[in-house]
Design a protein. Sequence first.
Length: 157
Amino acid sequence: MQNGEFEPKLVGFLCRWCSYTGADFAGISRLQYPPNLVPIRVMCSGRVDPTFVVKALAEGADGVLIAGCHPGDCHYQEGNFRAFRRYPLLLKMLEQFGIEPERVRLEWISAAEGEKFARVVSELTETVRALGPLDWKGRTAPREDGVQQGKREVANV
């Protein structure tokens, strides 16, 4: 927090061929967007395992961006479709931890879409800023009654 205002820490898993190059294009074009995102270049959005996202959040990230090639433009034919199929499952898993799904975003950003990259990072930063700090340890730590904070209580039937 700077001056009492929360600054989100974001991690971006960016496809090497499209999204990472789109981020580079945003920089070359000198587009203004928040410096909150730490980019991690991956070969394909389809290679982003859900455990990568969970680990990023557990290690201090307040939000995560997964960005890849547009459907049909993947250099590995079906990688982005794999990411698209995993995404809803990832959100359900995070919900089980008590983590808001708005903290994780999947986007298709091509190498020529520097403006879109800047807009997506700005939107995700504002969304996470509104949600506040993640506090992973506080959400996943057991309560005094032994139940994890993020878990929903299920009535005994």
